[in-house]
Design a protein around this ligand. Structure first.
Ligand code: NAD
Length: 324
């Protein structure tokens, strides 16, 4: 790592939970082979290196790799051999490889299955996964009350919701009692190409809800190697991001580092979850965070990249079902 050995990854408060998350969080979807095959040895080594470098927050879901991510993360965390309270684990419910089911019965069963795969007695955060694919009224009236029972039973500490369209967060938060939903996880909306979450941050703060963002690299768009085959972005957005990555490369810069630093710059966001599958990626992303706090970001290159991405700024893609 290029950064000073004395500099440390910052911990940030997560809303009213009392949890302190590392500014860089470990997104474990790649451990489910979502971005290509990852060996178990590489997965375990990546998690170990992440923890060693100060990452204390790990996010997964039964959906990632059809439960594979949870299983591999569970094994990797156990291999750390450290007390359970030294790391924070979030998983999800309601989205599975064979579809969506946000019923109370399914999410109640889901947590027991997740805990077994993760080799844990409890998770710190259980999030309803991609709620735009379910009925939001069911989330409010059935799913979240079921999660509250899991909280009382000690299987989960905090409740979260995740999704792509930002409107799902306000819909739910306006309809549940204050303090019921502790956390939201928003993805692909706080990065160089799309920063629309910014407008929602004051509202989320006023509700006392902790904010986690994910996909600072826009699920591979802001990387030199580009996104996976399944990426939902338009061809226009993909080619603009490719042009931005190429521009950085010609200048001897790395678009992923710039993208990480952009997402990490807002302290109202408690943790930026980046998907990682190798020691090198872990080291690069932690170094980017530390360099941001010690040296600052490369504003000149950022301005150039923003100019390249201007025609596609805040362009997103459809996700979910029409809500009635
Ligand atoms: P991401 O933007 O973090 O990109 C991940 C991709 O970038 C992977 O291919 C990874 O190998 C690569 N990468 C990571 N560091 C790199 C580096 N330094 N240089 C080059 N490439 C690098 O997208 P993501 O993985 O989808 O999002 C991060 C995490 O956030 C997920 O793993 C998941 O835990 C969470 N997430 C949750 C939701 C949801 O709840 N709906 C949605 C998206 C992501």
């Amino acid at each position: 790592m290029a950064s000073s050995p004395h500099a440390k990854l910052h911990l940030r408060d997560l809303g009213n939970t009392g949890l302190k998350l590392s500014s860089v969080g470990f997104g474990a979807s790649p451990l489910g082979n979502v971005f290509g095959v990852v060996s178990e040895d590489d997965a375990i080594a990546s998690v170990r290196q992440a923890f060693r470098l100060g990452i204390n927050f790990f996010d997964t879901s039964p959906y990632y790799g059809g439960t594979l991510s949870e299983k591999v993360l569970g094994k990797s965390l156990q291999a750390l051999g450290v007390p359970r309270n030294e790391y924070i684990v979030a998983t999800k419910c309601g989205r599975y490889i064979d579809g969506f089911d946000f019923s109370a019965e399914r999410v109640t069963r889901s947590i027991d299955e997740s805990l077994e795969r993760l080799r844990l007695d409890y998770v710190d955060i259980l999030q309803c996964h991609d709620i735009e694919f379910g009925s939001l009224d069911q989330i409010v009236n059935e799913t979240i009350p079921a999660l509250q029972k899991l909280k009382e039973a000690g299987k989960i500490r905090f409740i979260g919701i995740t999704g792509l369209p930002l409107g799902v967060f306000t819909y739910v938060l306006d309809r549940v009692p204050p303090g019921t939903v502790d956390v939201i996880l928003s993805y692909c909306h706080y990065g160089i190409n799309d920063s629309t979450l910014e407008d929602l941050l004051p509202y989320l703060k006023s509700k006392g809800v902790g904010v986690i963002t994910a996909s600072p690299l826009a699920m591979g768009l802001l990387t030199e190697s580009g996104p996976p085959e399944w990426h939902p972005a338009s061809p226009e957005l993909k080619s603009a991001c490719q042009a931005a990555a190429a521009h950085c490369k010609v200048k001897g810069k790395n678009i992923s580092k710039l993208a990480m630093q952009y997402s990490l710059s807002n302290n109202d966001i408690s943790s930026v979850l980046v998907g990682m599958n190798s020691i090198t990626q872990v080291e690069e992303n932690v170094a980017a965070a530390i360099e941001l706090t010690t040296v600052g970001k490369d504003d000149e290159t950022l301005l150039e990249v923003e100019a390249i991405l201007k025609p596609v700024k805040n362009q997103t893609w459809p996700s979910g079902i029409q809500q009635s």
